[in-house]
Ligand binder design. Sequence first.
Ligand code: ATP
Length: 315
Amino acid sequence: MQSIISIQNVGKTYAGGFTALKSVDLEIERGEIFALLGPNGAGKTTLISIVCGITNPTSGTVLADGHNIQREFRAARSKIGLVPQELSTDSFESVWNTVTFSRGLFGKAPNPAHIEKILRQLSLWDKKDSRIMALSGGMKRRVMIAKALSHEPAILFLDEPTAGVDVELRRDMWEMVRGLRDNGVTVILTTHYIEEAEEMADRIGVINHGELVLVEEKHALMQKLGKKQLTIHLQNPIDTLPQGLDAFGLDLADEGNQLVYTFDTQREHTGIAELLRALNQQGIEFKDLHSSESSLEEIFVNLVHQNQHARQPAG
Ligand SMILES: Nc1ncnc2c1ncn2[C@@H]1O[C@H](COP(=O)(O)OP(=O)(O)OP(=O)(O)O)[C@@H](O)[C@H]1O
């Protein structure tokens, strides 16, 4: 099946000569939640702005549901809802009028039932007659989402949707995004909260210095790059590691009370059985074992770090 968004060879050099995107290729599948991660200034907003037709690329093409964003702007844009990073809604208008007006901008016939549905979904129904400027920051953010959904887009972009919102609203928004996906909407979000990507995304793309350094299904990514650690709590502390355990690359922790064994989740044999046998042979007794998996956050930090090292000139 054709991807809902096709980004081919997209590059962007700003007027001042700064290259924010090099040559990005990315296919977004219909109905997925795709999280775009990257440090500040990596090029996430630039990429989103190009896909939404707000910024022109210096090279390459973008198709939204088969429509070229530059040559067929109206058709392509009508497929897209965008919730920008900055809250720009601060008017005297009511919530209802604001959201209804947004729909009209896309040339869609009025549909009060649809507007009511999204306001209810976003817990804004009882605020429908309130002026935007009288709402809290969290409520304003919900209005931004309602506006983006007003014309029934097939694709929703959320640029940092939960920056600065409280935990409750964040959870509500995750719930809402999942609901949208269940209704067939494709969601692309950027976030600095790795937890958010870990919780929500089907696939993850990592962008760094204007390059897409990785695109992977979330579980595969965690499987592939994740490391597991086994912590062995010893019966009696030891000062040094016996030579017989050299092959395992163990670390001594907690003043000799713990041994930490790190292994790749990808490997067929974890080596745990051998390690436990070796401990037994060395007469090292333990009272507890505890294993943990690296989080997406650790994986992400490693990736961005590696990428930075790779970019530094040798010498
Ligand atoms: N209009 C512009 N003119 C010149 N440079 C720009 C312009 N807009 C963005 N940039 C630069 O392009 C780079 C990428 O910016 P962009 O906003 O896309 O990053 P981002 O990944 O969204 O960052 P953040 O996480 O901080 O939002 C930055 O170095 C930024 O300074």
